[in-house]
Design a protein. Structure first.
Length: 398
């Protein structure tokens, strides 16, 4: 999305003039050791150096893997693990699948950002590509607006429009309207798709929109008057949608529902789960209350509950207090800790709350007669903590 300034951007680079070349024989101009690797400059290169939100190309010089490609000053530097002889002729090869993924996704991002700019007057203020193309816009987009843009992008793809590149000097560039994040000095490279977008860019793009195939919005989030959108296009979109289809098919079999009715089937399953969960909790609560009536009450009770809901833990505590306990704590286990409720009519619980939480790695609070919260101490540690703070002997009830 951004362009290099002045002489640092050379639009005569071989990879710009020959974007679909996958292999090339070229000469090693220099090879300089840099720590535990070597920086290699070639006479011509098909490797795109990282820039404008687009990662550098991957591939090989001879049998040496190219770990990184960067533009430094006015040359393209390739990072390899072993030295190459200056003056020697080497065979270079880029990972074409990876490069073409970048070209498909970068061009799709241009069209998406252009449509957002045209329709909703928002600017793309941040962009990078990794697993997905990620775009940041300086305003809020609604779900419906994002779907509308996605549809327009795919219409542009299916029209198979040419993707045009134009190089302008500072005298010429004022004749054109285009998107740019900042003022550009020197030559400006404008990439455009008629009717959809025109943008200053130093990245690599397909020759026509039909080569993108498809563009799909994977996710989005809106916060602080900004919208972030994740896109996937081309081959990567095919892989993504194929994986979704396979998962959808598996869910279809598990739920005995047609693929396009899975949402309805899941909603029914959730309703059934909630119903049986409610039935289970009512039965468990009834069983627990009956159990309390049968136990021998002591001054201090720690009651282990199979349910963790605070209202049920409070009901347990109230039942034990009515039967004569001086202090009672009911605890229910969740995934990471114990939920607890502690009650007493004879001990000021507010005065011991902080000390109790420190001893059992907990947090929570309340008033003089009841405190509640969560803790990570084991039941025996909880008993020890209460006995230490109240001098009341505790009995554990399962």
């Amino acid at each position: 999305m951004q362009a290099w300034k002045g002489s640092k951007m050379d639009f005569q680079d071989y990879f710009y003039k020959h974007p679909y070349t996958k292999e090339l024989d070229t000469e090693v101009i220099s090879c300089i050791q840099n720590g535990d690797h070597y920086d290699v400059v070639l006479k011509n290169t098909i490797f795109y150096p990282e820039g404008g939100g687009q990662p550098s190309d991957q591939g090989f010089i001879q049998e040496l893997e190219v770990f990184d490609v960067q533009r430094k000053e006015d040359v393209v530097v390739h990072t390899v693990a072993q030295p190459l002889q200056p003056g020697s002729v080497v065979h270079i090869k880029i990972d074409w699948e990876y490069r073409f993924d970048m070209m498909q996704n970068h061009t799709a991002e241009h069209i998406f950002s252009g449509v957002v700019h045209q329709r909703y007057h928002l600017d793309n203020v941040g962009f990078h590509m990794s697993e997905y193309a990620c775009c940041d816009f300086n305003g809020e987009l609604s779900p419906q607006q994002i779907r509308t843009v996605e549809k327009s992008v795919n219409q542009a793809i299916w029209q198979n429009l040419p993707v045009k590149e134009m190089e302008c000097n500072q005298d010429e560039v004022g004749q054109y309207t285009y998107r740019s994040k900042k003022e550009i000095e020197g030559m400006t490279r404008i990439v455009s798709v008629d009717g959809y977008d025109s943008c200053a860019c130093c990245g690599m793009h397909v020759l026509s929109t039909g080569e993108i195939g498809i563009c799909k919005v994977v996710d989005y989030e809106v916060s602080n008057n900004h919208t972030r959108v994740w896109l996937v296009s081309g081959r990567k979109a095919f892989v993504y949608l194929s994986n979704l289809q396979q998962q959808n098919q598996a869910l279809s079999h598990l739920l005995s529902a047609p693929p396009l009715q899975i949402e309805s089937a899941v909603e029914q399953l959730i309703q059934k789960r909630d119903h049986w969960k409610q039935e289970y909790e009512m039965l468990a609560k009834s069983t627990t209350m009956a159990q309390i009536e049968q136990i021998e009450m002591t001054d201090g009770i720690l009651f282990l509950s199979i349910l963790e809901q605070p209202d049920i833990l409070r009901a347990i505590c109230n039942a034990c207090i009515r039967k004569g306990a001086k202090i009672v704590i009911a605890i229910g286990v969740n995934d990471t800790a114990y939920n607890y409720v502690m009650m007493s009519k004879e001990i000021n619980l507010k005065e011991i709350a902080n000390s109790f939480n420190e001893l059992v790695y907990g947090k929570g609070g309340g008033n003089e007669q009841m405190i509640q919260g969560s803790c990570q101490g084991m039941p025996e540690e909880i008993v020890d903590a209460i006995e230490q703070l109240t001098q009341i002997t505790m009995t554990i009830q399962p």
